[in-house]
Structures are given as C-alpha cells and as structure tokens.
Design a protein around this ligand. Structure first.
Ligand SMILES: [Fe+2]
Length: 272
C-alpha cells in the first residue's frame, strides 16, 4: 500500500515568522520528497527475491526505508503542530511541568536543544516515554535516532531546509518562531490518542483528500475541472502541480467562478 501524503493542516499565510514560501517548499520538497522516496523504496523491496537478493540490497533498502518513513512521520507531526497558536490544555501543561520542574523549564530545555542543533541538523522531539511514564525531550541528529518506546507528540525540525530561506544562520530566531506558532490543542490530541493510533491530523473543517486519491477518483470524470488555488507565492515556489490542473488565483474567485470550463491541457490560465 502506498503511503499517502497528508494535506497541509493550516493556512501558511496565517503563521507568524515562517514565510509561505518556506513552508510550501518544506512541505512539497522535503515532506513530499520523503513520501515519494518511501513509496519508491517499497516498490524496490517488493521486487527483491528473498532467496537470491544480496545482503547489501536488503541492508541498504531497509535502512533507506526507515529513514524515509521516519522523515515522513516526523514531518507530519511537525506540520500538524503548527497553526494559529493555542495554549496547552491545563492537564498537558501540568504533566509537562511535573516532568521538567515547570512548563517554562521544559520550554527552556527544548529551545536550548534546538539552538544547539544550529549549524548541524536533526530533530528535537517531545516524547512520551511509556517505560518511564514521563515526558522526555529527545535529540536526534538524523531520522533514525529515536527513543525505542517513545511516542513523539511535538517535533522541531532543525534541518536547514526548515529555516534557512527565512533565517539564514539565525537559528535562535527560527526556534522562537516555531514556539510562537505551536497549536497545543493538536499536540494534546496526539498525547491523548490511544497508543498505536497514527499521529494524525486534527479533523479538518473542510473535506480533504490526498493528491493521489483525488486523481484516482476525479481526474477522469466527465467535466471535471481541477483548480490549483495555491496563493501566488506558494504556486511560484512549487516545483509541480496535479496532472490536468489549472492555476487560478484564490483571491479572485468571485471574478471567475461562473466562467469555469474544463480545460485539462492548459497549465495556467490568464487572469480574467
Ligand atoms: Fe524538514
């Protein structure tokens, strides 16, 4: 089964201190790239003959599969933790405070770990340790270094692709911006989710569908019109778009909504 990309669970233009261009590039190139890589690797693995494939093929592909899978999951937690900022619910704040000697103490440690990864790369993760029955802040310098029985509920991406476009080498400012945009409501949902349930995206207010599933269901339907309504900066920064889609500026919807016609051949229609 193919690993499906999840929709971006927030409106990029609503975040503070993280540009739409940076977020679009991060989502499409790095998160999307991890998923495309994961699916390609699993395709290669499915073709391996267990009796005949060499050891290096198993070792190489299984390691790359782990890297891509962890990258995909951590990016989903990262993006799902961002949104219009919301304070932590009282029970989560109390649990974190209990384990770190205060919520501010947790925050200070988490941010210091993020700043310490500046100039390098990796993740800082707030995870629930089932073994110790407490929260831990965990550092990883690549996608494979994670607490074996930990359940990540908040992930700070310290790879350069997550901030360099906006902040250059000013990693402390990026860490501040990330902390400013945390939607703790969704972090709390991950904490409360039963073990084993996917680190999911909160229920969206509008119906959403992954691009692959959308194309399967609608791309060949008679009279289908696929509109790409990313805002201009995100569209310009994007490397690709759905097959058969046409771009239209979402801010001009009222000007063209009554004049839409199927036109699967054209990539970008002129503004009316
Ligand atoms: Fe990333």
């Amino acid at each position: 089964m193919r690993y499906a990309i999840k929709p971006l669970p927030f409106t990029p233009s609503k975040l503070s201190g993280l540009s739409e261009k940076l977020l679009a590039s991060h989502y499409e190139n790095n998160y999307g790239g991890a998923i495309r890589r994961l699916n390609a690797i699993r395709g290669e693995l499915a073709r391996l003959d267990p009796a005949a494939a060499p050891i290096y093929a198993w070792n190489g592909l299984k390691l790359e599969e782990l890297i891509a899978a962890n990258s995909a999951v951590l990016h989903e937690i990262y993006f799902d933790s961002l949104g219009p900022a919301a304070d932590p619910p009282a029970d989560l704040a109390a649990a974190i405070a209990r384990d770190f000697g205060g919520f501010a103490a947790w925050r200070d440690e988490f941010m210091a770990m993020g700043r310490a990864l500046g100039g390098g790369s990796g993740w800082v993760v707030l995870a629930w340790s089932a073994r110790e029955e407490r929260f831990v802040n965990q550092r990883a310098s690549d996608h494979t270094q994670f607490l074996a029985e930990g359940r990540p509920i908040l992930a700070l991406d310290m790879y350069e692709h997550a901030y360099h476009m906006d902040y250059g080498a000013r990693t402390p400012a990026y860490v501040e911006a990330f902390m400013r945009n945390i939607d703790w409501t969704k972090v709390a949902q991950r904490w409360r989710a039963p073990a084993g349930r996917a680190a999911g995206v909160a229920s969206p207010k509008i119906p959403v569908i992954a691009p692959e599933a959308f194309l399967e269901r609608f791309a060949t339907a008679d009279g289908a019109i696929i509109l790409d309504v990313r805002r201009p900066p995100a569209f310009t920064a994007g490397a690709d778009m759905l097959r058969g889609a046409v771009w239209r500026n979402p801010e001009r919807l009222m000007h063209y909504k009554g004049r839409l016609r199927p036109n699967p051949q054209k990539r970008k229609e002129p503004e009316p």
